[in-house]
Write a protein that binds this ligand. Structure first.
Ligand SMILES: [Zn+2]
Length: 321
């Protein structure tokens, strides 16, 4: 059995795991990212976390795979453009530092691209060579797989699907455009829409007293009218974007993960109905809208899976470039 270390670097936490080639985690730990203390501190946390896992011993590690938030140049393994949650992360030569520190082959990619790898190797995308992944969480991330290869674009930035506009008269987005999907379908956006609609929540208010996306979804499934109105907006915005993606890429599946997707079956049924109503019949029949199946550990498992060429196949840096 081959083992790899996977690292999933997010804005609030870094997830480390030893993963075997069947996608099973044998050891893991999670530490705060410490983004506010600057990029060198974050990189030190990454190095310390890998060291601790390696020191755990027991198995021999064949390589290190890393998924990071932000735009990643997977050839050099450095950060081309950092997101707001990782200030100063732009330019960080992650691959170079980790390879020098541990002397193991190291692969670095965007955090949603590695989720697409996890779904291909171990999850919902096993049977697909053409699919789109959406991760609905704090933001909305995306990954596009065409003919078994991750679509990267000219500088590694392809797949920023949260910034597809679904309303050119909509609110201004941080990217400069108006009405981006992320403004409707991320967790914080759902909470914002609920506040704007006057949804006060039920009995499950978070400890801060603020309405959360989780509570809006719970209200919706329990039949609350205001929560229903909010989720109708969320689903129509997502459906408009997914219809565009289906027309652009003709995928076999759109695979949706992240906290918002935990809304489950009613969410996927409503989303499928809305998307079908917006997609030409010749293309909609080819495409399934389905939940991601690797789960909350998909980031760290997919990060590790970059190490195995027989798993990564055409995904692998050695092949895909
Ligand atoms: Zn945007």
């Amino acid at each position: 059995m081959s083992y790899a270390v996977g690292v999933d670097i997010g804005g609030t936490k870094i997830h480390f795991a030893v993963v075997d080639e069947e996608g099973t985690i044998t050891e893991q730990r999670i530490v705060p990212t410490g983004a506010a203390q600057g990029p060198e501190h974050v990189m030190q946390n990454v190095m310390d976390g890998i060291s601790r896992l390696m020191a755990g011993g027991g198995v021999s590690i064949d390589g290190i795979g890393i998924g990071s938030a932000g735009q990643i140049d997977c050839r050099s393994g450095s950060v081309s453009f950092a997101v707001d949650t990782l200030p100063g992360w732009t330019g960080m030569p992650i691959k170079q530092i980790v390879e020098r520190g541990f002397g193991l082959p190291t692969y670095v990619d965007n955090d949603v691209n590695v989720i697409a790898i996890a779904e291909k190797c171990f999850g919902s995308a096993k049977l697909f060579d053409h699919y789109v992944c959406l991760a609905l969480g704090t933001g909305v991330g995306g990954a596009i797989v065409e003919a078994g290869k991750l679509l990267r674009g000219s500088s590694g930035g392809a797949g920023e699907l949260g910034h597809l506009s679904v309303d050119f008269n909509g609110p201004r987005c941080s990217c400069g455009n108006y009405g981006c999907m992320e403004l409707y379908a991320s967790g914080p956006s759902i909470a914002r829409l609920a506040r704007e609609a006057g949804f006060k929540g039920g009995l499950q208010l978070s400890s801060s007293g603020e309405v959360t996306a989780k509570e809006v979804i719970a209200g919706w499934t329990e039949g609350d009218a205001l929560a229903g109105k909010v989720m109708d907006t969320v689903i129509r915005a997502l459906a408009a974007a997914i219809a565009g993606l289906i027309h652009a890429f003709n995928p076999q599946a759109v695979i949706i993960g992240g906290g918002v997707a935990e809304a489950g079956e009613p969410f996927f049924a409503a989303l499928t109905e809305q998307t079908e109503a917006r997609t030409s019949s010749s293309m909609r029949n080819d495409c399934r809208i389905m939940p991601a199946s690797v789960g909350a550990n998909a980031g760290v498992i997919g990060a590790a899976a970059q190490v195995w060429p027989f798993n990564t196949g055409a995904f692998g840096k050695r092949v895909a470039l």
